[in-house]
Design a protein around this ligand. Structure first.
Ligand SMILES: [Zn+2]
Length: 822
């Protein structure tokens, strides 16, 4: 049997493979455990109870609308833990029937399984549950007797190795229910399908989208957690607002961190929390498993039982990068009550990348937190070697040095979704925009990996020459010495660009939401924009010639130089000031930041051409074909968020949520621009007022749609109902890039008066797709004028314009429309 690999929510987030660990030999069943960690231990090792193996004939159970048929075979229940059966193993002939509840999920399922409905024969199932599954199955199970042709001899021995491998993955989730709130139960089935291979069905009523069906599949040497479909159950939908808030909310973090000269860290965090679900005994936090917790205490100073994911190098490591910490409450806090927790932990989350460059790899888990869902206030104190400079999110309230230790204190004014820091032997520059300080930090040398790449590039620069006399071609190595990379040399340039983009964004989106902005270099190629702290890759601190030596050339160099920094700075408005509700809405952060960066690029010398080039390259990437022969764009609607990256579309999230979403904003911009005057004031008013309306909040796609509708022009009202549902259906909730074919003729009506009329044909998109298509006319040699927007749907579109001059050429503006024009 192939390895059974589950798809769990953690797995979805981390895209990790869960195998390759060894587990100690099975111990005999332990009596009811006293402590939560003992129960967890039992759950990690629970085996099939040989006395509880039964015959199954014609049994059906339904979970989350999915039918499981156990037609013929044996089922073995797992030993009781804490007095309960939490799992069972079925082997025989079975079937799973799943009909996704909507067109999007049907299309998603079809991508992975070639059919919009899943009707799959199964030969094996591993079930884990905290609901009524054991009771239901036991009621219809029959003990085999000697008359039965099939006997379950050896059933437990045969399946126990598989069970033991899978057990630990589900333990924590089961423990949450065993000790806490039983009103949001859990059911998971790990299935061996006859056609589809191993796949999983999960119905977790603690998640707003309780049902998740998928499989781990390899592609290009990476394992992807493919989500075939996900949707809410009736119960999880009814409780969605409360489930989205989670079981507790953190109001404030007070974190004291000491960083030693060997980069190890000792941390102390005090969290002020509020209970939301009143029955929880276990609270789960994110904390890097590289940091080990020595104690957790409540506000009375009492020690709380806790356990965390094994360290990454441990034998028992189950999931790479699994960063959970579970804290046990002796009594749950009633909903609405506030309480405090103190955490002490130590370890190392800072890596030395060579040449003095440090890397805080675990940027989101260097302190115990509940993820970026809620916002909280932060008070951070750091002590670190005096030779280093440390920058953090928040305002620097204090910085002092005593001997060889520096201390700095950072406070968030307002609530942040996250907190982070960066440190190194930095050089820095300061700029000011109004009252906002912009600080830029970089190291004198680049990290070893980049320097090595640079060395190789420089030394391999050979020259070709022709030997005089013989005419032989000679390859001579370059004699120029290798000049080390110096990121800090370009500090002024980076600082100046940051100043310009921040100033420009203020004119578009309103005041910069914070009092300062620090930009600090990190190793690698991608950046991140955290509140008041932008992480910018070393590559952004190199000159174009150095970038070129490392293979970043032409448009990419332009991109690295201007677009990355502007994108990360734009996140201060999009992502930080205005957040997003769930993964469905993350495009509101990434798409807006990407489009903001293009708007900034458009302001540069020759900017319009550069913007068009970037948009065209985005279009090319979206139209590119996957190995299966589909376009990247058809991988799924923007609304699917992180699910878009999967084994069929390894770069799906990046292409669709950054590039297509950028195009969506571009098109909204075009539609809200007055063709007669060229004014786009309406679009920017819409954006500014969106920021005002959702300052410090986390809007959904629906919220943005409702907001945009207030600013739509009469022409945009294609459905004559004052809604933009058609636009969001076309571009956000569904897939499809239309193809348009233009036919036109013009005739002179009078002196300086011409009639231009024609039709536009639409194809390549589902019926119901409609759009306003921008038409441009060229007069004389150069002069391009947007004539207007033509409403086009499946029956095509007709237009008639009157112009003063004779149009030399008429075209659909491909730079303003994500479409193929024929
Ligand atoms: Zn971004």
């Amino acid at each position: 049997m192939r390895n059974l690999i589950p798809v769990t929510r953690a797995c979805l987030l981390l895209s990790v493979l869960l195998f390759g660990h060894g587990i100690a030999a099975q111990e005999p069943a332990v009596p009811k455990a006293a402590t939560p960690s003992e129960i967890l231990d039992q759950l990690n090792k629970v085996a099939i109870d040989p006395a509880q193996v039964y015959l199954m004939h014609g049994v059906q159970i339904t979970r989350g609308g999915i039918n499981f048929y156990l037609n013929r075979g044996f089922i073995g229940f797992l030993e009781k833990v804490n007095g309960e059966i939490t799992g069972a193993v079925f082997s025989g002939d079975g079937e799973v029937l799943l009909i996704p509840p909507n067109a999007t999920e049907k299309a998603s399922l079809a991508q992975f399984t070639q059919a919009p409905v899943l009707e799959e024969k199964i030969s094996f199932a591993y079930f884990r549950f905290t609901d009524s599954t054991a009771r239901e199955l036991l009621a219809v199970a029959r003990k085999p007797d000697s008359d039965d042709a099939e006997q379950p001899a050896g059933f437990a021995d045969r399946w126990d190795p598989v069970v033991r491998q899978l057990d630990p993955i589900f333990s924590l989730r089961i423990l949450e229910d065993l000790l806490g709130d039983r009103t949001h139960p859990y059911f998971h089935a790990q299935l061996q399908g006859v056609e589809q291979g191993v796949f999983a069905v999960s119905v977790d009523e603690r998640a707003p989208e309780a049902v998740m069906v998928g499989a781990v599949r390899p592609s290009h040497g990476t394992a992807f957690a493919d989500i075939w479909c996900a949707f809410p159950t009736r119960t999880s939908e009814a409780h969605a607002p409360e489930l989205m808030r989670g079981s507790v909310r953190v109001h404030s973090y007070k974190i004291d961190t000491q960083i030693n000269s060997d980069n190890s860290m000792e941390g102390h965090a005090e969290l002020e929390l509020e209970s939301i679900l009143s029955k929880e005994h276990i609270l789960i936090f994110n904390l890097s498993s590289r940091l080990r917790v020595s104690e957790v205490r409540n506000e009375l100073g009492e020690k709380l039982d806790n356990f965390q994911a094994p360290p990454p190098d441990s034998e028992e490591t189950l999931t790479v990068g699994d960063n959970w910490l579970a804290v046990v409450l002796p009594t749950p806090y009633p909903a609405g009550s506030r309480f405090r927790m103190n955490f002490t932990y130590q370890g190392n989350v800072i890596d030395d990348m060579g040449h003095g460059v440090l890397y805080v790899g675990e940027r989101g888990s260097w302190y115990p937190n509940r993820g970026p869902v809620g916002r909280a206030s932060y008070d951070l104190t750091f002590r670190y070697p005096a030779a280093l400079t440390l920058v953090a999110t928040g305002d620097r309230e204090e910085e002092s040095t005593a001997g060889d230790v520096k201390k700095s204190h950072w406070v968030s004014h307002g609530e942040f979704p996250v907190a982070g820091f960066n440190l190194g032997p930095y050089d820095s520059r300061l700029r000011k925009v109004g009252k906002t300080d912009i600080e830029v930090y970089a190291t004198a040398e680049a990290e070893a990996a980049l320097e090595k790449r640079h060395d190789v590039a420089q030394t391999s620069k050979a020259t070709l020459s022709v030997e005089r006399g013989t005419g032989r071609v000679i390859l001579a190595p370059a004699l120029t010495p290798v000049i080390p990379l110096t990121p800090s040399a370009l500090l002024d340039q980076v600082a100046e660009r940051a100043r310009q983009s921040l100033k420009y964004f203020e004119t578009l989106f309103g005041p910069y939401p914070y009092s300062r902005l620090a930009i600090a270099q990190i190793p690698g190629h991608s950046g991140q924009g955290w509140p008041e702290l932008v992480y910018l890759p070393t590559l952004s601190f190199l000159g174009q010639s150095e970038q070129a030596e490392m293979g970043v050339q032409g448009k990419s160099a332009e991109y690295v130089d201007q677009v990355i920094a502007a994108h990360e700075i734009a996140h201060q408005w999009w992502g930080n000031e205005v957040g997003w509700q769930t993964h469905h809405d993350q495009w509101l952060s990434e798409g807006f930041a990407s489009y903001s960066a293009l708007l900034y690029l458009g302001q540069q010398k020759d900017g319009e051409r550069k913007v068009r080039e970037v948009l065209r390259s985005y279009k090319r990437d979206l139209m590119a074909k996957t190995p299966e022969g589909h376009t990247v764009e058809s991988g799924g609607p923007i609304w699917l968020g992180q699910r878009l990256t999967n084994s069929l579309n390894p770069n799906g999230y990046n292409d669709i949520v950054y590039k297509k979403a950028c195009w969506v904003l571009r098109m909204l911009h075009v539609l809200m621009t007055d063709p007669a005057t060229g004014s786009d004031a309406r679009f920017f008013k819409m954006l500014r007022e969106f920021i005002t309306a959702y300052h410090g909040a986390s809007p959904s796609t629906e919220d943005f749609m409702r907001h945009a509708e207030k600013y739509m022009t009469p022409a945009m009202d294609l459905d004559r109902n004052h809604h933009l549902q058609w636009f969001f259906d076309d571009w956000v909730y569904e897939t499809g890039i239309p193809t348009y074919k233009l036919d036109f003729s013009s005739r002179r009506l009078a002196q300086d008066k011409y009639a231009v009329q024609g039709t536009i044909e639409q194809s390549g998109v589902p019926a119901g797709f409609q759009m306003l298509v921008p038409l441009v006319a060229t007069f004389g040699k150069e002069k391009k004028v947007t004539l207007g927007l033509v409403a086009v749907n499946e029956t095509g579109g007709r237009f008639k314009f009157t112009t003063k001059g004779h149009p030399a050429h008429l075209a659909i503006d491909e730079d303003d429309l994500l479409a193929v024009v024929k």
